[in-house]
Design a protein around this ligand. Structure first.
Ligand code: DAK
Length: 261
């Protein structure tokens, strides 16, 4: 498949990079871009050799400056709902992806851009990053999960403040409130993302995939059932050669060599 609005590449074995690529519109998400993201996600999801997905924005100004206001402006109610559902489906697909997705936030992450970063398993940011849900400035609510993921990440009070005032949050505050896990110089962002991806890619693949699955699905479950899922996953891991290798390597005092089986 050829893409018009994203770049999708395998940087190294199992490490994929998805770049939202509409720099002239600050990488705003229109329907076509959402569909291309969904198609790329499906490819990662179907690739048994996939280990990590990195998500970023083209250029040095924006990660994603939101849903495409030019496209949304003429929406009637039915089209608006369909657009919102399309975005929500696409972002949910990131959470359901079998491998971790890490957002590399290189600039504006506003509206749909902040929501994209939050749908990833975690985000790291450049010092230039700026986060916010400014939809109220446009007379709409957040449309791609912001009203749900933001309170879960930063707590209800702060989420309400940000969602109802549209206040923007700089990288250092984003770090303090838990929107991102680290902040690095702009020129280090990609290397830092790649370093994280390599670290994860070197671990037991089944263990990483199962960890993501339990963390993501467990959040929608009660604790007892979620811990039971963890026990099942632990059992599954112990049916792999990688578990035998990982534990033998520890006992032999050498690094483990995982083969994904
Ligand atoms: N959509 C479309 N185009 C955008 C855009 C966006 N979100 N953000 C920027 N652009 C375009 C600008 O129109 C401009 O295009 P040209 O005029 O050059 O053709 C180009 O990108 C450069 O932008 P600026 O000239 O404005 O650049 P500045 O550096 O001066 O300002 C800025 C950067 C990020 C502060 C500013 O562009 C800005 O405020 N952008 C809008 C940010 C924003 O409000 N984002 C939230 C979007 S709303 C829903 C579904 C979804 C959603 C809600 C409801 N339902 C269906 C109910 C989601 C909503 C959002 O995400």
């Amino acid at each position: 498949m050829t893409y018009q609005n994203i770049l999708f590449e395998e940087l190294e074995a199992g490490i994929h990079l998805l770049t939202v690529n509409r720099p002239k519109a600050l990488n705003a998400l229109n329907a076509e871009t959402l569909d291309e993201i969904a198609a790329a996600l499906a490819r990662v999801g179907q690739d048994p050799a996939a280990r990590v997905l990195l998500v970023t924005g083209a250029g040095d100004k924006a990660f994603v400056a939101g849903a495409d206001i030019a496209q949304m402006q003429a929406f009637d109610s039915a089209r608006a709902q369909a657009f919102s559902e399309r975005g929500n489906r696409t972002f949910r697909a990131i959470e359901l992806l079998p491998v971790p997705a890490i957002a590399l936030v290189n600039g504006y992450a506003l509206g749909g851009g902040c929501e994209l970063a939050m749908a990833c398993d975690w985000a790291i940011a450049s010092e230039r990053a700026l986060f916010g849900q400014p939809e109220v400035n446009l007379g709409v609510v957040a449309g791609f999960g912001g009203t749900q993921r933001l309170p879960r990440l930063v707590g209800r009070s702060l989420a309400m403040e940000l969602l109802t005032t549209g206040r923007l949050v700089k990288a250092d505050e984003a770090l303090r409130i838990g929107l991102v896990t680290q902040v690095v110089a702009p020129e280090q962002l990609r290397d830092k993302g790649l370093e994280l991806a390599r670290t994860i890619a070197a671990k037991g693949p089944a263990a990483v995939r199962l960890t993501k699955q339990i963390v993501q699905r467990g959040q929608d479950m009660d604790l007892v059932n979620a811990c039971q899922q963890e026990a099942f996953a632990f059992g599954l891991c112990c049916a792999t050669e990688d578990q035998k290798e990982g534990m033998q390597a520890f006992l032999d005092k050498r690094p483990a060599k995982f083969h994904g089986r």
